[in-house]
Design a binder for this molecule. Structure first.
Ligand code: ARG
Length: 363
């Protein structure tokens, strides 16, 4: 006598996702699809994956730039597992997303087991100096040390050395240098203050997040995705934060401001001119960027559109408001429900973010 086959259980996350996909896309065949998933398990189809990636962006509570979510260009790389081939596809991602400066939001989705270990495809190295200062972007100290432990010899030693990317596939991890023509950068100058240009600062055109998984109905896939920058991300945080490039004192000096007394508001004046410099420099270079007034207004249009579609918008207010003049933007005056919806992107801890152990060289 043979035992009756146990009926496979239907994964509830997969079922909820498929129900949403078929309802929102008005697709027939939900019952047959659920039956197939019950029998064989859930592997998203290319169409389900594309829908999930776009809705994950729509659901990203920290993102103020969600208005164009439906135009996300989805590249299904689940057939690619060789690290060198993954690297080649990511370099193509950089070229295609840059689009001569027009910047197109794009996502590359990897097979299970494939992952980029860098938090973004383009990151600047951090070199600790003997006097305790850091050359480069201090936020990448541990990333740089990690890449060195994988065999990276180090770069030229400038404050803007682009790091190689570490690609993991199964048990292999390999390093790849990004070709210079894949990394477009904008030199930062100011139309009225040549002293700001004399600082020799630049930033890369594309933010490509690579440390978040796309959660599709409980299936978590590593991915890399980009939009375009809001200038505040560069000018009010990356270049200005005291634990990043810390440029406000040098910008204030370039503007001839009195930095001995806080009440001159030299920090604020330097900050505003640095924001102007980034916006004008990107415009002069023909690279798409958005200012915080425009993007927050676009966000209110996104909210209105979502309401018309019968959906709510969730958000994390502290991330949606810009770090410069927040109360001049419409988002300041609104309140948001910060609960997370699926599909969504979920941050994956970095290998060097392991729990703190006494004697760990990275802590
Ligand atoms: N804030 C991050 C950075 O400065 C980028 C985050 C994503 N930003 C975006 N505009 N898509 O690099």
């Amino acid at each position: 006598m043979t035992a009756a086959p146990t009926p496979a259980t239907l994964d509830q996350d997969a079922a909820a996702f498929l129900t949403q996909f078929h309802a929102e896309r008005r697709r027939p065949g939900l019952d047959a699809r659920l039956e197939a998933v019950r029998a064989q398990g859930f592997t998203p189809t290319a169409e389900e994956l594309a829908f999930a990636a776009r809705v994950a962006w729509r659901n990203s509570t920290r993102c103020v730039g969600r208005l164009p979510w439906a135009a996300l260009d989805v590249h299904d790389l689940r057939g690619v597992t060789d690290p060198a081939e993954v690297a080649a596809h990511l370099i193509e991602h950089l070229h295609g997303a840059f689009a001569g400066g027009a910047i197109r939001p794009r996502i590359s989705v990897f097979a299970p087991g494939v992952r980029v270990l860098n938090p973004q495809l383009i990151r600047y190295a951090a070199y600790p100096n003997a006097d305790g200062t850091v050359t480069g972007d201090p936020v990448n100290l541990r990333l740089t040390a990690f890449l060195r432990s994988l065999g990276w010899a180090g770069g030229a030693g400038t404050p803007f050395d682009v790091l190689p990317i570490a690609i993991q596939s199964g048990r292999r991890t390999e390093l790849f240098e990004l070709p210079a023509d894949a990394v477009h950068e904008v030199p930062i100058t100011h139309p009225d203050y040549p002293g700001i240009g004399a600082l020799g600062v630049k930033w890369h055109a594309l933010p490509v997040i690579s440390d978040m998984d796309l959660n599709v109905g409980g299936v978590r896939l590593a991915c890399a995705f980009n939009g375009w920058y809001v200038q505040t991300e560069i000018a009010a945080r990356n270049l200005a934060d005291a634990d990043r490039y810390d440029l406000l004192p040098r910008v204030a000096a370039a503007l001839g401001l009195d930095t001995r007394r806080e009440r001159t508001l030299w920090r604020d004046r330097a900050l505003v001119e640095l924001n102007v410099a980034v916006l004008e420099s990107f415009a002069a270079a023909g690279v798409k960027v958005v200012d915080h007034h425009t993007v927050t207004r676009q966000f209110t249009r996104f909210e209105a559109r979502e309401a018309r579609a019968g959906r709510g918008v969730r958000g994390r207010w502290s991330w949606l408001i810009p770090p410069v003049s927040p109360a001049t933007t419409p988002v300041w005056h609104r309140a948001y429900d910060d609960r997370e919806d699926t599909p969504n992107f979920e941050r994956v801890p970095a290998p060097w973010d392991a729990p703190v152990r006494v004697g760990c060289p990275f802590h």
